[in-house]
Design a protein around this ligand. Sequence first.
Ligand SMILES: Cc1ncc(COP(=O)(O)O)c(C=O)c1O
Length: 382
Amino acid sequence: MSALFPTYQRWDLEITHGEGAWVTARDGKRYLDFIAGIAVCNLGHRHPKVLEAVHAQLDQVWHVSNLFQNSLQEEVAERLVQHSSGDRVFFCNSGAEANEAAIKLARKATGKWKIITFEQSFHGRTFATMAATGQDKVKVGYGPMLPTFVYVPYNDVEQLQQAMDQETAAIMLEVIQGEGGVNPGDPSFIQAAEQLCREYGALLIVDEVQTGIGRTGKPFAYQHYGISPDIISVAKGLGNGFPVGAVIGKEQLLEAFGPGSHGSTFGGNPLAMAAANATLQVIFEESFLQDVVAKGEYLKKQLEARLAGLPGLQEIRGQGLILGIETSFEVAPLLAIMREKQLLTLGAGPHVIRLLPPIIVSKEEMDEAVDRIMAAWKEYMN
Ligand SMILES: Cc1ncc(COP(=O)(O)O)c(C=O)c1O
């Protein structure tokens, strides 16, 4: 019997080692990892630069508290603001915490209470981010939710317009809904959301927890949409596997997060900052990101060409290296066959296969993954 709460439906597989886009299980089998810790290990497992930076920091100091100056935090914050629309950064430890900070910041800075989020969105599991999430399944049994959030169908400009009013502190959105099914936002919808924020004196919060840190071929996915969010939340890929999150905000929000207004014991911990600094140094390079764009296009084209005509295939969508394959059947048994074929993939809702390879994945590895998807699909259909 396990001493753990059974919060996760775990597969019968334990990973004991990782290297690049590959992981090894306890029984010695090697798997091609197209989950990457759920969009976390963007640079793959044991990336030499991140490994070196964390090793070096381990030998110096692990933790000191935010009562002290922290030049590593300054450095990572500088990298984040240089590559985003924001000017100031607060560090925390996870995506949900980054969104909590974003929600608090928006409410305090505007003095308003209402935050609009979207159906099928996912923003985390804390009490506020669970309430922000536009999926009932995460709320079952927890009683009344915080009344802060109003939910609107995604990609529906008209309903968004109707929901906006003078009490609206913020619109909070993912530009590609990850957990909700790899649903890309229409550019006209994302731009309308920004426009409405400007009209009503509300703030635009973009949740980049799953899409940020190079996954779509830009530092942040919103940068494909020509918008300038007031607040951006990040986590997952930021530390390449070391737990760390951040909220990035524009300069005019400075006073709302003054001394004593928010905090976190572990936020910006030196080990996390060493990991984040090395990760961003590699990913926020123009040529590296161009490569991610090319890889994303290649993988999508290969999937479109080779999966075409397979029974049950509905649509292939996404951007860069967050791709969704929608099917007319429930994907769980197909994902299990892929695991038997030593390819790790994820669902996004019942009908979408989600591919989140490390963004350092090679062309050969992408070809191999498509081969294994094809083989698994054919086996599933027989
Ligand atoms: C878009 C988005 N926001 C927030 C979260 C929550 O992040 P965490 O699990 O680190 O709290 C996730 C996690 O999947 C996410 O995909």
